[in-house]
Write a new protein. Structure first.
Lengths: 349, 349
DNA sequence: TTGAAAGCGCTAACAA
DNA sequence: TTGTTAGCGCTTTCAA
């Protein structure tokens, strides 16, 4: 049945193709192709006629169709897998990558991992079906060996934040263990001996590294790590708040807390405020965040540099796309201790 | 010249096509197509043989190639233009859209507008060249009439946060004027008569709306708006800080400040802290933000709901993609006053 | 400088 | 249930 009220009784105007442009300009289709792709060998007069036709028809080149036959088959797009596009840390990485790729005409498919291994597989597969020119991935699955056929096909691949397992590929990471060790030493230097660790899910590589770095540094300084309360599996603000609350209200509360991730830091901050101990118990958090210097006390953090991680990842994926076949490398973006007050509180008494 | 050190002397293994799968499974190419697209009319035995071949070859369907011939030509992707992917407000919108589209197999190209009209045109054009199935756009150009050919072709189009000019299309927006008016009335109710407005660039529609709503509400309550210092053009934290500082240090400083955007609010917070007036001068900010309740005093805000904006935009673009031809509509997501302390400070003296 | 013909990997249409 | 042929919009190849 035909809809009578349709504003386009004969259907909407069809999207023009190169054929239409060619016909209107009175040239062959290949000439239009040359103009659209800025290829040489077209007289200026012809070029102008073609351009006028494209404007008159509102023609836009179809990149997908072109890539089908083009040697090298570039879709001018990459797949970017982030912890979550809603996470400010991810957002900054994303932005740095966009800034580096946009000038090259490469668009970014962005997806959220949610630290779910099944999603990782499904989203990577979705990227591959779209024949992206490269993959920049945050991962959670135990192994990335499933990507071996893709590395064999020389698909450019860069891992960010976490290193792949069972696969040799470029990775751009923060010095998680070293950053956490810096936090530990900072707290020790301010006299703390009763420290506590609040950490994320142990299936997350960075969480494991931070835990290891923190505890090892304490061990090196003669603290019996077995005495250190270490809570794992804190993945959001509320669980962190409750864990911190339990610690603070225990028999023998810590005089300093290290929180391994910004949501965990927020939870710890809330617990400290609820117990009125914000100025008594020291806190150092991994990850910097907005307004960290506007709360009372300011929060001392081990800051990561998502913009530099993103920029480096973009540089690597572009190099690989451009044919770089050097062995895979691991790039470490150093973290940075930012002193703001909470980490410099001495132990009570 | 052949590279001797190449790990693949005969070149890397080629990516398999449907032909390869068909040959390996001993079936016709169309049968493979049926299996890959879950079309009926394939015996279970054949289906299994095909699936085994795809796994053995590590085959992934090429969506771009398929879409070329498919009726309807769906790329299963949309273009999303955000103020900036690094902006947490944008990130939440993005996430809500991803959550609604991913189950349908639709991927998202995300780009940053940076409130630059030239970028708007260039990025929309890039989306069109990729033949996205729809566009979800934040805009800054004076007019969106350049998209008329696309609406004529029935390209699904949804505007978020800001409404298009010169084009009739769905839009999902916050009640900016009403939210700002709520802020004005809230401050008046607490006794303020000397108020100040700190606003963003006037070429941004939401900034104009918030300014208008704020000043009109004051006018309705008998305040001579000509006496209200209204600073425009504040696009980042530092410029807002300086503007707020100038106001606070002026002859006749305001007793209450309304900041029209979160970065501006941050700047105002800093100025208040620097002058030690955080507990004397009231502040209401447009936009909620993380830790707004953890600073001292807590910051009273007019909260937007980016998750609801994103969810509604996704619902609309999906409906349009599915053939909804109803007249364009404007959807308003209400803002919400969240009382936290800074907005309830009475005028000094 | 220009264009005709073939074909990229897939789906539509139709035949077997 | 299965396969064959044509063709989507473009680029490649090669001839004019």
């Amino acid at each position: 049945m035909t809809t009578m009220s349709n504003r386009y009784p004969s259907g909407p105007p069809a999207r023009p193709t190169m054929r239409h442009v060619a016909a209107l300009a009175g040239v062959g289709i290949k000439t239009v192709s040359r103009v659209m792709n800025d290829e040489p060998g077209v007289s200026e007069a012809t070029r102008q006629r073609v351009l006028q036709a494209t404007e008159q028809l509102n023609y836009e080149l179809d990149l997908n169709a072109g890539n089908l036959r083009r040697t090298g088959r570039r879709t001018q797009s990459i797949g970017l897998l982030l912890p979550s596009v809603a996470n400010p840390f991810s957002g900054e990485i994303h932005r740095a990558i966009e800034d580096a790729l946009a000038p090259r005409g490469i668009a970014v498919f962005a997806s959220s991992l949610d630290d779910d291994a099944d999603r990782e597989r499904a989203l990577v597969s979705a990227f591959l079906r779209r024949r992206v020119d490269g993959l920049v991935l945050t991962i959670i699955a135990r192994s990335q060996a499933y990507l071996m056929p893709e590395t064999a096909r020389q698909l450019p691949l860069v891992f960010i934040d976490r290193e792949p397992v069972g696969l040799d590929a470029d990775a751009v990471v923060t010095d998680n263990a070293e950053g956490a060790a810096t936090a530990a030493r900072h707290l020790l230097r301010h006299g703390h001996r009763k420290l506590a660790y609040l950490g994320d899910r142990p299936d997350i590589q960075t969480a494991r590294e931070r835990r290891r770095g923190f505890l090892e540094a304490l061990g090196h300084e003669g603290i019996a790590t077995s005495t250190i309360p270490a809570v794992d599996g804190l993945h959001d603000e509320e669980s962190a708040r409750q864990a911190a609350l339990a610690l603070l209200q225990s028999e023998d509360p810590p005089t300093a807390i290290f929180s391994s991730q910004n949501l965990v830091t927020f939870g710890a901050m809330r617990a400290l405020r609820e117990t009125g101990r914000g100025h008594e118990v020291a806190l150092v958090g991994f990850d910097d965040f907005k307004l960290a210097d506007m709360v009372e006390p300011g929060i001392t953090v081990i800051a990561q540099h998502p913009d530099r991680i993103g920029a480096k990842a973009a540089e690597r994926i572009l190099a690989r796309i451009d044919g770089d076949r050097e062995p895979a490398e691991r790039y470490v973006v150093p973290s940075e201790l930012i002193v703001r007050g909470s980490g410099e509180i001495p132990p009570a008494n």
